[in-house]
Ligand binder design. Structure first.
Ligand code: ADP
Length: 246
């Protein structure tokens, strides 16, 4: 709705996101959504979200990032209180999905992804490629990656997506963890790198290893957060909580 677009609020996340009694139902599917979500994300948190497939993990992240519009409750981002009818954009949030949208274009253009080429963009792109472990492409920015990245590996697709996100200098990252694409070593490096960024991250975790970098874990079921705590807490409380990760 145009009126709402015009009133869109642009927010830079600094310290805190709070969700209060947040509800969302899919218009075509009234059973599903997220229900009575109360949650605080503090600067520097790495929040892992776990739960069976269909438990609402993606719906939760999509509501915080305003891709879906919650029906009731509020989201408070630093000093801004967002009500259901308000549109907003968290400008310094990067959202990395599993199915990264790659252009049939060069490495460089896939990282720029619409941003302008500048005097130092080449250098900055190289820096990000090195940071994510794609050193081998740093002197080959004009390489075409093919349709949906067909000329590079699945793992490299994911790393390229991460380089694109980091190029934007986010203060907060939402991430649907890549699963099958990364071998064990690459995955470990990916996770270590995320931890060392020292920024706020919310990660939908599909493997138990990802929880090692999280200081807070949310367990979701049927659209609700049914438990939260750190990894130690979960390990103690649930003898086989691995079954909630998929
Ligand atoms: P998860 O990320 O934990 O796998 P989702 O958030 O994708 O779960 O889905 C939560 C529930 O909402 C599921 O029951 C799913 O079928 C439903 N759902 C997801 N997307 C849509 C949609 N676009 N329209 C209707 N229902 C949806």
């Amino acid at each position: 709705n145009l009126g709402n677009e015009q009133n869109k609020r642009f927010i830079n996340f600094k310290n805190k996101i709070e969700l209060k009694n947040l509800d969302f139902k899919y218009p075509n599917n009234k059973q599903n959504g997220i229900f009575n979500i109360n949650l605080t994300i503090n600067k520097g948190d790495i929040v892992g979200v776990i739960g069976k497939s269909g438990s609402g993990k993606t719906t939760l992240l999509n509501n915080i990032s305003n891709l879906l519009k919650f029906d009731s409750g509020e989201i408070i981002i630093d000093e801004f209180t967002i009500l259901p009818e308000q549109n907003y954009l968290i400008k310094n949030l990067s959202y990395i999905r599993q199915d990264i949208y790659l252009l049939s274009d060069t490495i460089e253009n896939n990282i720029l992804f619409g941003q302008k080429k500048t005097e130092d963009s080449k250098y900055k792109i190289q820096e990000k490629l090195i940071q994510v472990g794609l050193n081998k492409y740093k002197d080959n920015l004009n390489m075409e990656i093919g349709h949906k990245g067909s000329k590079i590996s699945g793992g490299e697709n994911q790393l390229l997506g991460l380089a694109r996100a980091l190029y934007r200098k986010p203060n907060i990252i939402f991430l649907d963890e890549p699963t099958s694409n990364l071998d064990y070593q690459t995955q470990k490096r990916y996770l270590d790198m995320l931890k060392n960024l020292n920024i706020t991250i919310m990660i939908i975790a599909h493997r138990i290893e990802a929880l090692n970098i999280c200081n807070k874990i949310l367990l979701m079921s049927d659209g609700k957060i049914i438990d939260q705590g750190n990894l130690e807490y979960f390990k103690k409380k649930y003898s086989n909580f691995e079954k909630y990760i998929n």
